[in-house]
Design a protein around this ligand. Structure first.
Ligand code: PLP
Length: 480
C-alpha cells in the first residue's frame, strides 16, 4: 500500500468505523459462535501473494465481525468499561503513524516528556499528594504509563522486594539474594484483583490473603494482627496491596487505618490499586474514598477503563522513583545516551524495553474534554448506576449486594445461586444484554456496570426491563 492508497483506504476505514459504531445497537452484544469457529473459514497458510484490500475487508465483515463481543455496545454491562473515545482513537492513530519507540528520552524526547507532563496533569486532577509529581527538580516521585494494572502491581511488588532484600542484606551480606525470598510476605484482601496473586507467584514471595470486613473493606486491625503474627514467626512483611474499587463489588479498603500500620514497618511498601474507581477522584466529591492516600508509596489507575482512553493506558505514580527503577535498571551501551543523567528513561520504570507513544491519547482526551467534561462523564455514570439501583430495589425479588458508590451495581435474585446462574446465562444467551458474575464475600452476584460514554436513563430502563423479564421466566420455570 502506498501513501496515496493509504489516504483513500484510511478515509474508507473512518467511514467503516463510524458505520460500525452507528449501527452497533442493532447487533447482538455477544458473539454467537463456538470455539474454533474461525479456523475452517480461513486458509491454512498466509497468502504467498498480497491480496486486495477489498478482499481483506470483506473477510472482516463476514468472518471477524461475527466473532466480536461488542464492548462499545450500549447493552454491554460486563467487567469495567473498555475506555474509548474519538480523541483517544485519533491519538492512537497518530502514535501509530509516528511509530516511535520511546524507551529512553533520546529515542524520542517528546514521547518521554509528554508522558511525564500528562501524568503530572492527571495526578493534580485527581488530587494525588504532591510527592507523586515529577514537576519539581527536587521531586523524588513521578508517573509512568504501564500496559496494565497487573504490570503496575507486579513492578511495584518487585521494587518493594528489592528494597526489602537490600535491607536484609545489610545485616547478612554474605547471603544470596534469593535466599531471603522465603522470608518475604506480601498482603492483600480476598477482594483484591487476582493480578496480586499472579505478581506474588512471579516474584516467588508469600502472599497472605486477608478477610475484609462485611462491606468488603480491608481494615487496619486485620492487617496488623497478620503482620504481627508473621513477624513473630520470623517473616519479613514487605508489601501491602490495597484496592480502591474492587473488581467484584467496588469496595474500598481503609487506607486511613492501613497506612499508619504500614509505617510502623520500614520495609513495607503500600500500594493502592484504583484501576477502575481511581479515575472517579477527578470529581472532588469522590475524594473522601481516597482518604489516607498520603500514606501510599504508589498508586495506579487505568484511564483505559474509566477515562475514555483506549487500551492500553494504565497510570502508575510512585513516591520515590529510584526505589522503582533500582529494581529494573540494566544499562547496555547501545541504550545509553548523552543526556541520560538529566532525563527520564522510562525503560527503567517497567518490564518492556519498547514503549508506544501512549501519552498522546491521554493528552488528546484531557485537552478535548477538559477536567469538567471528564467530571461530567464520571458523574453521569454514577447517577445512572444509582438509577439502576433504585429501579432494582423496587422489584422485591432482587437484593442489591454492594454499596453503590461508582458505576457498578451488584445484585441477585433472593434465590439460590443456581437460579441466579440460570438468570445470567439466559440474559447473556439472548444477546440483548451482557453482564458477568462475581463471587463477593462468598455470594454469587451479578455485576451491572454503566459502560457507554453517553449512557442515558433509557439505557438503564431497558436493562432493568430485560433483567426483570428474564427473572420472571426463570422463576416461572422453577416454581411452576
Ligand atoms: N485491579 C483491579 C481493581 C481491576 O478491576 C483490574 C481489572 O479489572 C485489574 C487490577 C487488572 O487490570 P489490567 O487488565 O489492567 O491488568
Amino acid at each position: 500500500m502506498n501513501i496515496d492508497e493509504f489516504q483513500l483506504r484510511g478515509k474508507e476505514m473512518i467511514e467503516y468505523i463510524c458505520e460500525y459504531l452507528r449501527t452497533l445497537e442493532g447487533k447482538r452484544v455477544t458473539a454467537n459462535v463456538d470455539p474454533g469457529y474461525l479456523r475452517p473459514m480461513l486458509p491454512k497458510e498466509a497468502p504467498a501473494k498480497g491480496e486486495s484490500w477489498d478482499a481483506i475487508m470483506r473477510d472482516v465483515d463476514s468472518k471477524i465481525m461475527p466473532g466480536i463481543t461488542h464492548w462499545q455496545h450500549p447493552r454491554f454491562h460486563a467487567y469495567f468499561p473498555a475506555g474509548n473515545s474519538f480523541p483517544s482513537i485519533l491519538g492512537d492513530m497518530l502514535s501509530d503513524a509516528i511509530g516511535c519507540i520511546g524507551f529512553s528520552w533520546a529515542s524520542s524526547p517528546a514521547c518521554t516528556e509528554l508522558e511525564t507532563i500528562v501524568l503530572d496533569w492527571y495526578a493534580k486532577a485527581i488530587d494525588l499528594p504532591p510527592e507523586f509529581l515529577a514537576e519539581h527538580k527536587s521531586s523524588k516521585g513521578g508517573g509512568v504509563i504501564q500496559g496494565s494494572a497487573s504490570e503496575c502491581i507486579l513492578v511495584t511488588m518487585l521494587a518493594a522486594r528489592t528494597q526489602a532484600i537490600r535491607t536484609l542484606k545489610e545485616q547478612d551480606p554474605n547471603t544470596e539474594d534469593s535466599a531471603f525470598l522465603p522470608r518475604l510476605v506480601a498482603y492483600c484482601s480476598t477482594e483484591a484483583h487476582s493480578c496480586v496473586e499472579k505478581a506474588a507467584m512471579i516474584g516467588l514471595v508469600k502472599l497472605r490473603v486477608l478477610e475484609p470486613d462485611e462491606k468488603g473493606s480491608l481494615r487496619g486491625k486485620r492487617l496488623e494482627s497478620a503482620i504481627r503474627e508473621d513477624v513473630s514467626n520470623g517473616l519479613v512483611p514487605f508489601f501491602v496491596s490495597t484496592t480502591l474499587g474492587t473488581t467484584g463489588s467496588c469496595s474500598f479498603d481503609n487506607l486511613v487505618e492501613i497506612g499508619p500500620i504500614c509505617k510502623l514497618y520500614p520495609n513495607i511498601w503500600l500500594h493502592v490499586d484504583g484501576a477502575y474507581a481511581g479515575n472517579a477522584f477527578i470529581c472532588p466529591e469522590m475524594r473522601p474514598f481516597m482518604a489516607g492516600i498520603e500514606h501510599a508509596d504508589s498508586f495506579n489507575t487505568n484511564p483505559n477503563k474509566w477515562l475514555l482512553v483506549n487500551f492500553d493506558c494504565s497510570c502508575l505514580w510512585v513516591r520515590d522513583r529510584v526505589k522503582l527503577t533500582s529494581a529494573l535498571v540494566v544499562n547496555p551501551l547501545y541504550l545509553q545516551h548523552a543526556k541520560s543523567g538529566e532525563s527520564i528513561d522510562y525503560r527503567h520504570w517497567g518490564i518492556p524495553l519498547s514503549r508506544r507513544f501512549r501519552a498522546l491519547k491521554l493528552w488528546f482526551v484531557m485537552r478535548s474534554y477538559g477536567i469538567t467534561g471528564l467530571q461530567k462523564y464520571i458523574r453521569n455514570h454514577i447517577r445512572l448506576a444509582r438509577r439502576f439501583e433504585t429501579l432494582m430495589r423496587r422489584d422485591k425479588r432482587f437484593e442489591i449486594t454492594n454499596d453503590v458508590r461508582v458505576g457498578l451495581v451488584c445484585f441477585r435474585l433472593k434465590e439460590s445461586d443456581e437460579i441466579n446462574q440460570e438468570l445470567l446465562a439466559n440474559i447473556n444467551a439472548s444477546g440483548r444484554l451482557h453482564m458477568i458474575p462475581a463471587r463477593v464475600m462468598g455470594k454469587y452476584i451479578l455485576r451491572f456496570c454503566v459502560i457507554k460514554e453517553n449512557a442515558t436513563e433509557d439505557d438503564i430502563d431497558y436493562a432493568v426491563d430485560v433483567i426483570e423479564e428474564h427473572a420472571t421466566e426463570v422463576m416461572l420455570a422453577h416454581y411452576e
